[in-house]
Design a protein around this ligand. Structure first.
Ligand code: SF4
Length: 280
């Protein structure tokens, strides 16, 4: 949950999740719909899907025990180098660290290095504590723009603190701007909208959405409703929203109520709900 998401946002989701799905076995036995519903609002829903798929593999193949081997961990859905390293450090106290942006910054500043091997630079029996401490230290003390150097307990050994020419770290995030048209079939008497999981946009694939296409010529049977912007990860989307009232919908679409729903609805789609609800 914490990947790409702030702690204060995650806490209520986490508490609710572990209350309803308290352990790995329960997770492996839950259906995906339930897991996604508990994740609803956190975004990056592939994390939830991968967690769920991994729980099934862990129960079936590893008897519910997380492997203590880097390569085996990386075979699990959604686990890359970073997550495998941090799991091995935190669970098995292996001499590894998760090199996220915070930790890289701390190490580069401290030692003025640009390649890294945990074993070479730290010898400790508390690898798990070290991995966790580096993440916290980068988030709270050695911050990107205003590191708290004067109150930092290790400033005497820090190359950055001692040097007069301070290196600045800038986040290089390429923002992609794209335009899409969204077409909503609406049922007038029931406050319903037709959604499908059958769209071919990579980043929204298999999520419940109205018809969505790259911006192009519009068929006159659709009425224009509004334009708005939506950001997803490093993409900024210019959305043009169209609608038509109809009781007939194409194959692979289903009706959903705008205001009460037990199904998982991604935040992206909920924004569409808000816009079209003005029509009722
Ligand atoms: S002295 Fe400043 S730059 Fe160096 S580790 Fe501490 S907070 Fe980071």
């Amino acid at each position: 949950m914490l990947q790409q998401t702030q702690v204060k946002i995650v806490i209520p989701y986490f508490n609710d999740f572990v209350k309803k799905i308290p352990n790995l076995k329960a997770l492996s036995r839950s259906n995906e719909k339930k897991v996604l519903k508990l994740w609803e609002g956190l975004g990056y829903y592939n994390r939830a899907k991968n967690l769920h798929r991994s729980s099934k593999i862990l129960i079936k193949k590893y008897k519910g025990k997380i492997p203590n081997n880097f390569e085996k961990l990386k075979e699990l859905p959604g686990i890359g180098d970073y997550t495998a390293n941090i799991l091995l450090a935190l669970i098995y106290n292996q001499p590894r660290i998760g090199l996220d942006a915070n930790v890289k910054r701390v190490l580069f500043r401290l030692f003025n290095v640009n390649t890294w091997s945990a074993e070479n630079l730290f010898k400790t029996k508390r690898n798990s504590d070290l991995a966790e401490a580096l993440m916290e230290f980068g988030a709270l003390i050695c911050k990107p723009l205003d590191p708290k150097c004067t109150e930092c307990k290790i400033n005497k050994m820090c190359s950055y603190y001692k040097s007069e020419l301070k290196i600045r770290f800038k986040k290089k995030v390429k923002i992609k701007l794209k335009s899409y048209d969204i077409f909503c079939y609406l049922k007038k008497d029931k406050k319903q909208i037709a959604l499908t999981k059958n769209n071919n946009l990579g980043f929204l694939k298999k999520f419940n959405l109205p018809k969505i296409k790259k911006a192009s010529k519009i068929n006159k049977s659709w009425k224009f409703l509004c334009k708005y912007r939506n950001s997803i990860s490093n993409k900024k989307l210019n959305i043009s929203l169209y609608y038509k009232f109809s009781s007939k919908i194409p194959p692979k679409y289903n009706w959903y109520y705008l205001n009460k729903n037990n199904d998982f609805i991604p935040t992206f789609t909920k924004k569409i709900f808000r816009q079209v609800s003005h029509l009722y």
